[in-house]
Design a protein. Sequence first.
Length: 238
Amino acid sequence: MTSEHLERLLLDNTASIFRFANKVWIADGLGGLYLPEAALLVISDLHFGKGSFLKQHGHPLPTYDTIATVDLINTLIERYQPSTVLCLGDSFHDMCVGERLSVSETHAIRSLTEQVVHWIWVLGNHDPDIPNGFSGEQVITWRMDDIVFTHEPLANTGTAHYQIMGHFHPKLSHVIKRQQMTGKCFISSKHELIVPSLGVYTGGLSIDDPVYQEVLSSPAQQAVLCYQQKAFLVPLNK
């Protein structure tokens, strides 16, 4: 990605830039996290197949969610041209999703993994195993430099000083330019960064919930609010 392309993304609020773990990150308004120095795209909580799971239990929701989520990922890959895509768990909604995916959905997900050099599935509580037929490396956690990437928070990160996780689907309400905005968000403290869910049928947990006090080892310092596919940096505890 060229500096001119990044500048355009920042100028129109498609993305926001922030620092964490001594690195410069790009938070995209769609909910993806990009690290330019490593050409790394991080996405989380895709929940492929959630619509068909709910439908079999009587919920009258359309089952377009998997393809819609794939479309979001395709946009992020086209926008940032990563060499590595890292999925932070709960990529598939349940253990039986492989039996419910249509041929077109299966093909669409396979096409994603073929677009980049490295595709990595961090396993989550919804998907302790990846359905058969999908390429990519499967790991419990993944480490880069001083950062460990995980689905749920780790009580012990070993020699790593920072962790980036999914699982909580954080969301935020904030007034920006006199407008009340509510949407999913990134939230970070000194040592932890929580990535929002990308799946279109996933809900959210407000950053005001007490659970974050248990997850974060220090008060949250900043958030990036995703609203109508735009990204807005929000300082916290100032």
